[in-house]
Each structure stands twice: as structure tokens, then as C-alpha cells.
Design a protein around this ligand. Structure first.
Ligand SMILES: [Zn+2]
Ligand SMILES: [Zn+2]
Length: 248
């Protein structure tokens, strides 16, 4: 399994870098996981977008879906051979208005995932966990039958204990670490401390802290996360178009 980071800021793009989007590849299968602002531009640098097999969305906040519309235009207008004539976009239907927008003429079609069942997309087996967020959002546990590796993506969520079992023993964890450890008041995302604690308790091997804040020092965010996680976990700050390989 290869993971390519296409954007990693929370809320809005900054310094030329977009919001959430990850290209997940296994064998010749190409999945776009979330499709935030700036993601299509970065995707074009690493893969002809027409070679996508599917798009999978955690929730309908703009920083996760801002580029869905332009991707639909891409499918409609861009020249070239499409891998899928109609691009499937998987999302939940707990927000009917946004779910309906996944259909775009005969170019893209929305498919509802059932969070209580495993969704199989090519070699990827995906299970879901409802997160704690102001809108319905799902964390995803993605098992790749080619590499036998497991990626967990928390999507957007505040910390809650059930995340530990959902992330248990993952080879790689991508977390919503939007806050430094001094964040006070209501939190709809995790702090550096909470990500570190989750990683340690869940015994994950590697963590990419993502959905990052635009302020402060990201090196501090990394250090705080590492301090909370301890030495057994490898914690990484994302870079745009960074590739992470999980192989057996
Ligand atoms: Zn977000
Ligand atoms: Zn959100």
C-alpha cells in the first residue's frame, strides 16, 4: 500500500498547501480518500486523475470535499481515457443534501456506505467508526489484502476512548491533530497529547499527524505528540506529496 499526502491543513489551505486528501494505492487500484481544497492540483502532479478508481469521503465539511466539484468537472471535460467511465464517490447519506451532490450527470455517481458493514474497494477492506464531531463523520480502518497492512484514518474527531480499539495495532495511523496541547474549551479535533496517548494505547507503529493548525510551530506539535506517545511509536509530520510505503 502506498499513501501519498495531497493536503494536510485543517479548515482551510495555507502557504500553498491544501486541506485533507490522501491518495491510497494498492496494486493498480487508486483511491482518493477525502478531497479537500487544493487536493486536485496535487493529485495531478502524481497521478492522472482519470486513473482514479474511486473517491471515499469521511464527511461533508468543506475542508474534506471542497475539490469534489472540480473533480466532477475534470471527469466531464478533461480529455483522455478514463479508468472508470462514471467515477464512484462513496459517502454517508446522513446528510442527504450533500450526498445528492455526489451525482454529477453521467460523470460521477454517489454511493452510500453502510458504516455497519465492511466496504470492499478493490483490494481494500474498509470498516467505519462514527466519530465525535459537529457533523456526522466516520473514521476508517483500511486493510489492504495485497500488503496485509492496515491504515487507520481518524478523519475529524475529538478524542474518545473507543478510538483506541478502532486503531488497535494499526501499521499506520493518520490523525486529526488540529490542536496544541494547551488548547482549552470545546474541542472537535484532537490535541497533540491526545494523538500521542491514542497512538501509545492502540499500539500503532507509525503516526502521521495531520489536519494541522496554520499557527504556531509544527515542530512543537510534533514534539508534544512524541512526548505523549513515547519511544515505541514513530511520529511523522506530513509533507505535501510525501509517499509512505507500507509493505509486507
Ligand atoms: Zn476537517
Ligand atoms: Zn470536519
Amino acid at each position: 500500500m502506498k499513501i501519498t499526502v495531497l493536503g494536510y491543513y485543517g479548515g482551510y489551505p495555507d502557504k500553498g498547501i491544501g486541506t485533507s486528501g490522501y491518495l491510497i494505492q494498492s496494486g493498480n487500484y487508486n483511491l482518493l480518500l477525502d478531497c479537500g481544497s487544493g487536493v486536485l492540483l496535487e493529485l495531478e502532479k502524481v497521478l492522472n486523475p482519470l486513473q482514479l478508481d474511486a473517491v471515499l469521503l469521511s464527511h461533508y465539511h468543506s475542508d474534506h470535499i471542497a475539490d469534489v466539484g472540480v473533480l466532477q468537472h475534470y471527469w466531464q471535460l478533461a480529455p483522455g481515457q478514463k479508468k472508470e467511465v462514471v467515477l464512484p464517490i462513496y459517502g454517508h447519506n446522513k446528510d442527504e443534501e450533500n450526498f445528492k451532490k455526489l451525482d454529477w450527470f453521467d460523470c460521477t455517481k454517489g454511493y452510500q456506505y453502510n458504516p455497519d458493514e465492511t466496504l470492499k474497494l478493490g483490494p481494500l477492506h474498509i470498516t467505519f467508526k462514527l466519530t465525535k464531531h459537529p457533523v456526522v463523520a466516520y473514521a476508517m480502518r483500511i486493510y489492504d489484502e495485497n500488503s496485509k497492512k492496515t491504515l487507520v484514518y481518524t478523519a475529524d474527531t475529538r478524542y474518545f476512548d473507543e478510538l483506541i480499539s478502532f486503531c488497535k495495532d494499526a501499521d499506520m495511523l493518520i490523525t486529526d491533530t488540529n490542536f496544541y496541547n494547551d488548547k482549552e474549551g470545546t474541542k472537535w479535533h484532537m490535541t497533540s497529547d491526545e494523538t500521542g496517548y491514542l497512538a501509545k494505547k492502540a499500539n500503532v507503529k507509525k503516526v502521521l499527524i495531520s489536519h494541522l493548525p496554520q499557527y504556531g510551530s509544527l515542530d512543537d506539535l510534533l514534539k508534544q505528540t512524541k512526548d505523549a506517545a513515547g519511544d515505541s511509536v514513530d511520529i511523522l509530520l506530513p509533507k505535501v506529496r510525501q509517499e509512505i510505503l507500507l509493505n509486507n
